[in-house]
Every structure is written in structure tokens, then in C-alpha cells.
Ligand binder design. Structure first.
Ligand code: FAD
Length: 495
């Protein structure tokens, strides 16, 4: 009864379903993480070697390794820790399992189609060697087909899903899977320190990546970082519903990257939010709703994996988006934050400089790409996938399909965000804009949302020269709106 715990999007040694079950059912458990070359090599080939996610993972693994050592030590096992490999995970896991002579591999579910494909391969190779593969639910509260309609179908609309989720939830769904008390089963790392199995977590350069600006940002890594963020968020959670839409204020939790990589347990945060929701604290209810959106999009991806390639609603695949040279120029302007719409450009500066973007702004820039620039949502989805530190296929695809109206429970296609009124409403004094576009900081509040409408004198006083210090708008919103309504008219036609 030896086991191998394979960490993926669950980088913590507390309240971890697979780790709990491994420690409980095996006498000796090794822990492994693989920097998967199948994921990383394409980034290296595309020259994307400064990736905040890779650095975030690396920093979080250092802490996980220390934590596993401390838990082992507390049980009188001094040489425990994390085995870290840099290889193709689908081959490496069966190889490590065989060399360590384990009878079972434990991992938490990952319903990303590429991960499922990888896991099926691993399961096959393990089975061939007579080794078991145990998967556990850990990443979401309810997964796959756990919340269903009365007729037994998968929900495609959020509000009824949320109501069913809230009806179904019990304390037992949120109870932690303890780890520390079971630490006696942690096995010593094989071989001498510094040997093949027993060495510190590799440096970024060892896996062909470079440092990013992550350490300069106010984004703490690892389980300890997640706890700090969560504690500080709980102090302001009662104001979440009022503050969450204003990008200039510290409204949201900033936990998305931690939930993505599992440096904090979804059960732990959902349990706190649920208890406060039951006490009638409105901010907590609204935040809990966001966590339910997360479950919702994960079950959509698990049950409708076609959304990765195609529209959730097939008729939306008929829409013809712009392409060709001009479309590419518009796309470059969007990516680089030079569309001439300050709220869009400031938001793109935020993602480019930090890897994070405020939720309200994700909706604004996504709508702008699809419905003002007329570009395919896949283009924006891919850009977010490359740049977001919290990139998650389920949530990102859900967000883009929502904005392009092609998704389940999406924004109706004729509802088109006006980037100027969004800016006036959610960044009224232009505080966010000024932070990310210092070249516009001198403009008065009433000009900052649409500088092309300002009087020459106001621009001059603000030190702004349109077309030189700041671009003119690349499209006219009213005209773009008409084009979009025409473009989308095909969804109404049969066939
Ligand atoms: P909070 O407001 O504190 O919310 C708490 C948590 O709830 C988040 O950390 C997240 O895990 C979850 N959550 C919140 N909103 C959503 C949502 N709409 N869908 C699913 N989960 C949600 N979120 C990602 O985690 N990864 C992505 O790649 C991603 N891409 C997006 C793309 C677009 C076009 C849009 C419109 C939204 C996207 N979101 C994505 C959802 C949302 O914008 C982020 O989760 C949120 O901004 C993260 O900040 P926070 O942790 O401070 O959020």
C-alpha cells in the first residue's frame, strides 16, 4: 500500500481531497508535481518565456514543498517533501509510479478537455502496469452532473442553476478534507539530498522560463498568500455588492489565481460565504453567486466540451466576423491598448502590466472586441488565455461566449455595451483611467471618457494631443453598433 499523490490545480497541503484519500488509504505516500512540457514547450516555442503563471506555480511549489516537509517532521518523518519533475506528464507519471513501486496514483479531477485526454492516457498506462488511478472532486463545490434540472438534464441558464445549487448545498459538501493529521503516511523522498528525487524546486531558468514582474506586484503567492488575501477580503465582503463594479476601488477578492491553482480550497471560501449568506449579509450572497458562476461554467465545459471550438448556441457560428489586414490592425490596437477609447485602453494596460483585469472591464473589452471591432471572440479569448494569470478555460470561454452572445445564458446580441457610458458609470472620476493611462491624467473628469469630444482648449490644458500623445478612436461606436446588428441578424434566419 504505497501511493503517489499527483498535484495539478490543487497546490496546497490542506483541505485537499486526493491528498486526504491518499494518506488515509496508503501506508506510504509520495507527492509529485510535473512541469508538463506538453503545456510549457509550446509557450517556449512562441517566445512566451516570461509567464507570470509559471512563476506563480513555481513560488507556490516552494511553499508546498516546505509545508509537506513540516507536516512530515511533525510526525517524526524528516525527509518528506515534493518531488518536482520537468517532463511530459502523461509519460512521467506512469514512469515515476512504476519506479517508486506504488499501487495507486491519486489526483483531483480536472475537466479541461486537454487534461482529460492526458489523464485518460495516464490511466491507460497505469492500468497496463497494474496500478490504480483514483480521481477526486476537489476543484469545485458541485461538478459534472451533480446539479441537474428536475428532468435530469444539465442546466444551461444560470439563475435556475444557482437556485438548485443553493437548495442542494449542505454543510457536508463544504467540509474540509484534512491532511495534517494524516501526515504520518508521508514517505521520505527516495535517495540522498541533491539526488535525482530529492532536490529543491527548480528555478525558472532550469525549466527555460524567465522571471516576470510578479514579485513586484501586490499579489502574494502560495497558500499563505491566498490566506492573507482571503482574510483581508472577508473584512470588506459586506460591501462587495456595492464595490465590485468599480475598477478603481479594492472591491473584489483578487483570489481568482489562487482558486485557479488551488492554493486555497474552494470549500473553505464557499463555506465562509455561505454562512454569511445565511446570516443575510448581502455582499456575501453576491460573492457566493460568483463562486456559483464558477461551478456553473465548469459544469458547462464538462458537459458541453464543444464550447472550446464552437458557439454554445450553434446558430451563432453562422456569424461572419471581420478578417484580413484591417481586422488584424484593429486587433493589434485592442491588444496594445490604443483603440482611442480610454476605458478599453486602460483595461488592456492593466492586463498587459499585471496579468489581471477587473471583471467589469473584462466584459467591456470583450464586448468592444466583438461588437465594436467586429472581430471573432476566439481572438480575444486566445489573448486572454495567453495573458491572464488566472486564465481558466471554463470561466474564460464562458465570459467570451457571454460577451459575444453565443453562450449559454449570454447577453442578448442586441444589447451592446456603450464603452463611453460604461466608463462614465463605473469609473466616474476616471481614477482607473488615470492610473493606467497617465498621458490622460491632466484631463478633467468630463473629458476623460471620450477625449475626441473635448474642446481643443480642454485638450491643450490637459496636455493631450489627439493622434499624437493619445490615439483618435479606431471606430465610431454608433456606426459599429449598426454593423453588429446587421452581422448578428443571421442568427434569426432559419438554416
Ligand atoms: P471576485 O469578484 O472576488 O470573485 C470571486 C471568484 O469567483 C473569482 O476569483 C472567480 O473564481 C469566481 N468568479 C467570479 N466571476 C466569475 C465568472 N463570471 N465566471 C466564473 N467564475 C467567476 N475568471 C477566471 O477565473 N479566469 C478567467 O480566465 C476568466 N476570464 C474571463 C473572461 C471574460 C471575458 C469575462 C467577462 C470574465 C472572465 N472571468 C474569468 C471571470 C471574472 O472576471 C474573474 O473571475 C474575476 O474578475 C476575478 O477577480 P476576483 O478573484 O477578484 O473576483
Amino acid at each position: 500500500d504505497r501511493g503517489l499523490m499527483w498535484f495539478r490545480r490543487d497546490l496546497r497541503a490542506e483541505d485537499n481531497a486526493a491528498l486526504h484519500h491518499a494518506l488515509k488509504s496508503c501506508r506510504q505516500v509520495w507527492c509529485v508535481f510535473v512541469f508538463d512540457t506538453e503545456i510549457l514547450d509550446p509557450l517556449v516555442e512562441r517566445g512566451l518565456t516570461a509567464d507570470r503563471r509559471v512563476e506563480f506555480i513555481r513560488e507556490s511549489l516552494v511553499e508546498l514543498d516546505q509545508r509537506l516537509r513540516a507536516i512530515g517532521q511533525a510526525h517524526g518523518h524528516p525527509d518528506t517533501g515534493l518531488i518536482v519533475r520537468h517532463a511530459r506528464a502523461r509519460d512521467e507519471i506512469p514512469a515515476v509510479a512504476a519506479r517508486l513501486g506504488v499501487q495507486a496514483v491519486f489526483a483531483n479531477h480536472d475537466d479541461d478537455p486537454a487534461a482529460k485526454h492526458r489523464d485518460a492516457h495516464v490511466l491507460g498506462a497505469l492500468a497496463h502496469a497494474g496500478i490504480m488511478f483514483h480521481g477526486h472532486k476537489d476543484h469545485v463545490v458541485f461538478e459534472r452532473r451533480e446539479v441537474l434540472t428536475q428532468a435530469g438534464g444539465v442546466f444551461g441558464v444560470f439563475t435556475p442553476y444557482k437556485n438548485a445549487w443553493l437548495k442542494q448545498i449542505r454543510e457536508e459538501h463544504l467540509k474540509p478534507w484534512p491532511v495534517e493529521a494524516l501526515g504520518a503516511a508521508l514517505a521520505p523522498l527516495p535517495g540522498p539530498p541533491g539526488g535525482e528525487w530529492n532536490h529543491p524546486v527548480p528555478r525558472l531558468s532550469d525549466i527555460d522560463f524567465e522571471p516576470t514582474n510578479l514579485s513586484a506586484m501586490a499579489l502574494p503567492t502560495g497558500a499563505s498568500g491566498a490566506h492573507r488575501l482571503f482574510e483581508s477580503f472577508v473584512e470588506r465582503i459586506d460591501r462587495y455588492h456595492e464595490a465590485r463594479d468599480f475598477p478603481a476601488i479594492k472591491g473584489p477578492s483578487y483570489l481568482s489565481v489562487h482558486l485557479r491553482f488551488g492554493t486555497i480550497s474552494i470549500r473553505q471560501v464557499a463555506a465562509v460565504a455561505w454562512q454569511m449568506h445565511l446570516q443575510g449579509i448581502q455582499g456575501a450572497s453576491v460573492w457566493l453567486s460568483e463562486l456559483i458562476w464558477r461551478d456553473f461554467y465548469h459544469q458547462i465545459l464538462a458537459n458541453h466540451p464543444h464550447v472550446v471550438e464552437r458557439a454554445f448556441k450553434p446558430e451563432y457560428d453562422r456569424i461572419r466576423f471581420e478578417h484580413g489586414k484591417h481586422a488584424k490592425e484593429l486587433f493589434a490596437a485592442w491588444c496594445e491598448g490604443r483603440t482611442g477609447y480610454p476605458i478599453v485602453d486602460a483595461a488592456m494596460a492593466q492586463i498587459n502590466q499585471t496579468g489581471y483585469m477587473h471583471n467589469r472591464l473584462r466584459m467591456v473589452v470583450a464586448s468592444f472586441l466583438v461588437k465594436d471591432l467586429g472581430l471573432h471572440w476566439h481572438w480575444g479569448e486566445q489573448y486572454f488565455a495567453d495573458h491572464l494569470i488566472d486564465y481558466d478555460l471554463a470561466a474564460n470561454n464562458g465570459g467570451w461566449q457571454w460577451a459575444s452572445s453565443s453562450g449559454c445564458d449570454a447577453q442578448p446580441y442586441f444589447r451592446i455595451f456603450n464603452p463611453v457610458s460604461q466608463s462614465e458609470k463605473f469609473d466616474p472620476q476616471g481614477r482607473f483611467i488615470r492610473r493606467y493611462l497617465p498621458q490622460l491624467a491632466g484631463l478633467p473628469d468630463n473629458c476623460i471618457h471620450a477625449p475626441w469630444q473635448a474642446r481643443e482648449l480642454e485638450l491643450l490644458a490637459g496636455g493631450v494631443t489627439l493622434g499624437s500623445t493619445y490615439p483618435r478612436p479606431v471606430v465610431d461606436h454608433a456606426e459599429a453598433r449598426e454593423r453588429t446588428l446587421q452581422r448578428y441578424a443571421v442568427v434569426k434566419k432559419p438554416g
